[in-house]
Design a protein around this ligand. Structure first.
Ligand SMILES: [Zn+2]
Length: 130
């Protein structure tokens, strides 16, 4: 830790990446468990713990009447999976919109964040206008 009073924004280094990956893996496991439990209720089928998530298949099952809550969980899971993929290919922590590094504090708050704060603000304004 370099001192919390530093004014300069800090970006992700190797050890941060490790803890962020752990956080993402934890989130993924939680979401999978949550989705699993809900799907079992919806489908009446037993779903093995730690079953590999086939999003397309699960989504088809969930569309049988589970509603938006599950859809939201799927979306979260997709964000988390996408972040883990970016970690694997080395693009994690870089904003695809502007190419700048994303601040560590932002990623600590939301390890699956794709865009930097500035770009996410712009994108939200665009969505709000359309
Ligand atoms: Zn950006």
């Amino acid at each position: 830790m370099v001192g919390s009073t530093a004014l300069k924004a800090s970006f992700v280094n190797r050890s941060d990446l490790k803890s962020l990956r752990q956080e993402l893996e934890y989130l993924r496991a939680e979401l999978q468990d949550d989705i699993c439990a809900r799907l079992e209720v919806v489908t009446g089928r037993q779903i093995a713990a730690g079953a590999k998530v086939d999003l397309a298949e699960w989504r088809a099952l969930s569309s049988k009447g589970s509603g938006q809550e599950l859809e939201a969980l799927f979306k979260d899971l997709e964000r988390v999976e996408a972040a883990l993929l970016r970690m694997a290919d080395g693009s994690y922590g870089t904003c695809p919109e502007c190419g700048e590094e994303i601040e560590l504090n932002r990623l600590r708050g939301d390890p699956a964040a794709l865009f930097c704060i500035a770009c996410v603000g712009q994108l939200q304004r665009k969505v709000a206008q359309s």
